[in-house]
Every structure is written in structure tokens, then in C-alpha cells.
Design a protein around this ligand. Structure first.
Ligand code: MSP
Length: 519
């Protein structure tokens, strides 16, 4: 594979990052890191969505300017992604000058093309969704079902985009490209929505919304926040219809995936696609809509008071690095369905998979290598059943990533380690050593360490820190491409001394952990 590129939704900065935002960024980061090991070049774009009435209102209620609110919360998102080791290539803020200029030019281009026209309109606007809703979208109390609030009646003359002009082309594209909208069951949802689409309002009168990008040729209007936000996917790579287009755009557009939540699929698979068609720009290869993360099985919401941040989870469990949370989040849902976070499930899953299964196996094996062989590998012999299993696991993991089943892919790695644990228990190297069957004993230890070397490379996208510490003790390069993985990853000769052995992951409730917490 030559190139791989991926984007996330850009988050509203009316608050700080919560575990739902984190889910999407971790999910995307795991996919990005995996494909980095398969592609020659890879790019990951993320950022923040900073304009619109929601930000304007929040800033007002806090007594700060919208820009002050954006600066504070954009910094908080950036810090959270740093804390979670999100390895993005570029972070775009929609208040960045280059983005503002490019969006203005995009709007002008659509005006020139005749795809945008002026129209007087009265509609129901939900500031939570940042969009107009139809009567039929409301619940029995006349409220937006997502935000539980009554939309505002807005009557304005503003600009409209000829969405209906592109309806048939979008339907055709979705039908002809079954992988365009993923998971596949979401495509039907979009096709149903397409049945009833109308042209959409793409600007707001500045008298009503002033926190936005001005229409260049008509400064009495600001550009609709979703047009502004969706454009980030190309402006963030350096696209500007009037300016110099940057290399990243030529290299990485169209992206392999837009990763977004299920709630914003309509904006991406209808509005965004129509705009790209209007601009004569190639379409993204795929849009993947993930499910939502619930907290203790309920929807996270400010009013319920159950919103949790990634930072609070890391602090509560006294984690030095984000791997446990990354691993839990990346494996929280299958097939684009909703997932759930609870403290108990978190502790149980990471203790079972990362501490008992992976960490202990490595630690135990390295200690035996030191005890029986002074840390030296005598012979690079591998048990053939396990080496077959390693190859099978690599193939399955690659296939599951191509199917976007990253939770199932992680399970395959854990299954490999389960089998390896079983192999250790069955062959009992400690008993072999006691019986002085040192050749057999050495072969068992080598087989296990060699599996661990493969596992470290495969698990790195989920757990980059744990993988790094595993690789350090196994003396391998954890960032190598999958294609360069050999059957025998570890060379014969001295591998490790007693002092160099460190546990790669401690159980969350272990005594050491408790002592650390007290300290
Ligand atoms: N700003 C828009 C996106 C513009 S993209 C051009 C927006 N922002 S958001 O902050 O509300 O949401 C950002 C992303 O986080 C969305 O993909 C959304 O689905 C996702 N999530 C928000 N809460 C979530 C959960 N509880 N669980 C999983 N993802 C969720 O929409």
C-alpha cells in the first residue's frame, strides 16, 4: 500500500473533551497506527470546530469572548489528545486563518457556479445540532430528540445550496459503492434520508449569528457552521480554490476514511458529498460511522451528570500512560454498534488481557530465561504449531482492520497469547529445567518470546507504550512494517539481564499500584 489517510470529526469547543470524543480519536488513532505499518506514507487529520451559535451562546453565558473560549478549549482538546498519545499529523482549528480564507473562497466558487442562491426562509433551528429541523424530526413535546430542547424559530433571508441538484448522483454513488458508507447497514439510513431532502440554508444573517466566517462578497452573512466545518477535510490538507494547493492535499486526498459518529452521518454522506460534487472534487473513499459510548449503560449527558473525561479515568486509576484506556476504548464496540464504559468492566478487561495474559507471560518467560540461561538465547528454534498460529493471527488482524473490526482484531492477538500461555503451561519449562532437559526448555522459552515479539508489533497501535517496553526487552523495533516481520524476530545470543526485566503492565488493583496511589 502506497498511501493511507484518515480523518476524525472535529469537536465543538463549547466544552472540554469527554470520553465519547476520546473514543473516536482513539479508534481512529489505532487504525492510523496500524496502516502506518502497511503504507509508505500516512496522514491523520483531526481538529476543532469553533464557529456557530452554540459557541457564541456559551461564550456569552461565561462572560468571555468566543475566541477566548475557543482558545481555552482547543488547548484542552490538544492536551487531552497528547495525554492519550493520539498521533495525528495535523490539527486544524476552524479559526485558523488559512482555513477561514479557503472556506470563503469555496463559498464564492459555489456562488459563481450558481449552486448557491438567496432565499427567504422560516425554519426551526436547533443550536445543539447546529441545523434546521423539520417538524417530523421533533419528539412529542416539540423538542429536538438529541438535545431535548425546543428549537428556535428563525426567519431570515440567507443563502441556500442546491442540494437537490446532487440527489440522484449521491444515490447512484452509494448504491454502486457498497463500501462507501460503513458499516453497510448505515447506507440504507442515508438512502432513506435522501428521499426527502430539500435545498439547505448555508449562511446565517450576521444580525443573528456573528461568530462565523463572513461571506466574502456579502459581509452581512456568515457561512453556515457545517459548511465551514466539513470543509476542514480539504482545507486541513491545504486545499484552497484560489490559492496555492499544498502537497499534503495532492498526496492524501481523497482520504481512505472519514471517521465520524452515527449522529452526524447525514452531514457527511449527503451535505459534504454534494459540496464535493459541486466543487468537482473527488469523493472520499469511505465514511465510517461509529456507535456511541454509553456510561454504565446510559447516554452521557450534562443533565444526567455522568459525563466523564479521559483525564479523570487516568487519574482515578493512577495510570502512567493511556494504554489501558486506549485498549479498552478500541475494543468497546463491534460492527459500529454502541459500546459501554464502566469502571468495573474497564478494570476487569485490562487486568485480564493486558496484565494477566500479556504482561505476565512476558515477565515470566524473561525471568526463566535469566534463571536457566543467564538471559541467553541458545537456539532460535520455534514450535511449528505456534509459528503457524502467529502467521494465521497476522493475516486475520490485517483482514479485520480492512473490515474495520478493530475490536475483533485485538481479540485475535489476545487469543494468540492465550494459546501461548497454554503452551507454557503444557510444556512446563520449569519442569524441563528441573529434569535438566535444557535444549527443550530453551526451545519453549524462545518460542514464547518470539510470539511476544510479534504480539508487541501487532498490539502497538492499541498500546504504544506497553508495546514499546515489550520491544525494548525483546530487542526488536516495534515500529517496523508488518511486511518486514520475520518468522524469527529474536536473534540467538544474550538477550537480557535480570536488571533489565520490568513488568510492562501492572494489574489495576495490584499492591504495587495501591502503593503508588498512596504515594
Ligand atoms: N463539530 C461537529 C462535527 C463536525 S465534523 C466536520 C460535532 N462535534 S461534537 O463535538 O458534537 O462531536 C464530535 C464527534 O464526537 C462526533 O463524531 C460525535 O459523534 C462524537 N461523539 C460525541 N459523543 C459521543 C459518544 N458519547 N460516543 C462516541 N462518540 C461520540 O458533531
Amino acid at each position: 500500500m502506497e498511501k493511507f489517510s484518515i480523518t476524525t470529526a472535529i469537536d465543538y469547543v463549547n466544552g472540554e473533551a469527554h470520553i465519547g470524543h476520546a473514543y473516536e480519536k482513539i479508534f481512529t488513532d489505532v487504525i492510523f497506527r496500524h496502516y502506518k505499518k502497511r503504507a509508505d506514507k500516512a496522514f491523520f487529520l483531526t481538529g476543532t470546530d469553533e464557529h456557530g451559535i452554540k459557541i457564541q451562546k456559551t461564550a456569552k453565558s461565561l462572560g468571555v469572548t468566543p475566541k477566548e473560549l475557543c482558545d481555552k478549549n482547543a488547548a484542552s482538546f490538544i492536551n487531552t489528545w497528547k495525554l492519550l498519545d493520539i498521533d495525528y499529523s495535523h490539527f486544524i482549528r476552524t479559526t485558523d486563518d488559512y482555513h477561514v480564507a479557503a472556506v470563503q473562497n469555496i463559498f464564492e466558487k459555489l456562488l459563481e457556479k450558481g449552486d448557491i442562491y438567496k432565499h427567504k426562509y422560516t425554519g426551526l433551528y436547533c443550536s445543539g445540532c447546529e441545523c434546521f429541523l423539520a417538524e417530523k424530526d421533533l419528539d412529542e413535546n416539540g423538542c429536538c430528540p438529541i438535545h431535548n430542547k425546543k428549537p428556535e424559530v428563525v426567519s431570515e433571508e440567507n443563502y441556500f445550496f442546491k442540494l437537490t441538484k446532487y440527489k440522484e448522483r449521491i444515490i447512484k454513488h452509494i448504491k454502486e459503492n457498497p463500501k462507501f458508507i460503513q458499516p453497510e447497514f448505515r447506507a440504507q439510513e442515508v438512502l432513506n434520508q435522501l428521499e426527502n431532502i430539500e435545498d439547505i440554508s448555508v449562511s446565517r444573517a450576521k444580525t443573528n449569528v456573528n461568530w462565523g466566517i463572513e461571506v466574502k462578497s456579502d459581509p452581512s452573512q456568515v457561512i453556515y457552521v457545517w459548511i465551514d466545518a466539513l470543509s476542514n477535510y480539504i482545507t486541513g490538507l491545504g486545499y484552497n480554490p484560489e490559492g496555492n494547493i499544498k502537497e499534503d492535499y495532492n498526496e492524501f486526498w481523497p482520504v481512505n476514511y472519514h471517521i465520524i459518529g452515527k449522529d452526524i452521518l447525514k452531514f457527511h454522506s449527503i451535505y459534504w458529498i454534494a459540496i464535493l460534487m459541486a466543487l468537482d472534487i473527488e469523493l472520499p473513499k469511505s465514511i465510517y460511522a461509529h456507535g456511541w459510548i454509553m456510561i454504565d449503560k446510559s447516554k452521557m449527558s450534562k443533565s444526567t451528570g455522568n459525563v466523564i473525561s479521559p483525564k479523570s479515568v487516568m487519574e482515578a486509576f493512577n495510570l502512567d500512560n493511556p494504554d489501558a484506556l486506549r485498549y479498552f476504548m478500541a475494543t468497546a464496540a463491534i460492527g459500529g454498534k454502541d459500546g459501554n464504559y464502566s469502571d468495573d468492566d474497564f478494570k476487569e478487561k485490562v487486568n485480564a488481557d493486558l496484565a494477566n495474559n500479556m504482561g505476565n507471560l512476558l515477565n515470566r518467560t524473561l525471568n526463566m530465561l535469566v534463571k536457566y540461561f543467564d538471559g541467553e538465547i541458545k537456539e532460535d528454534f520455534i514450535n511449528s504449531d505456534l509459528s503457524d498460529k502467529v502467521i494465521e493471527t497476522i493475516n486475520e488482524v490485517l483482514k479485520l482492520f480492512d473490515e474495520m473490526e478493530i475490536a475483533l482484531a485485538a481479540q485475535k492477538i489476545i487469543n494468540l497469547l492465550d494459546e501461548t500461555n497454554k503452551y507454557v503451561n503444557d510444556t512446563a519449562p520449569w519442569a524441563l529445567a528441573k529434569e535438566e532437559k535444557m535444549t527443550e526448555c530453551g526451545r519453549v522459552l524462545y518460542t514464547v518470546l518470539n510470539v511476544m515479539a510479534h504480539a508487541a508489533i501487532l498490539i502497538e497501535p492499541y498500546c504504544p507504550n506497553i508495546a514499546f517496553y515489550m520491544a525494548k526487552q525483546l530487542k526488536i523495533d516495534v515500529n517496523q512494517k508488518f511486511a518486514s516481520m520475520k518468522d524469527n524476530m529474536i536473534n540467538a545470543g544474550k538477550l537480557i539481564s535480570k536488571e533489565e526485566i520490568h513488568p510492562v503492565f501492572l494489574r489495576l488493583d495490584s499492591e504495587i499500584m495501591g502503593a503508588k496511589k498512596k504515594a
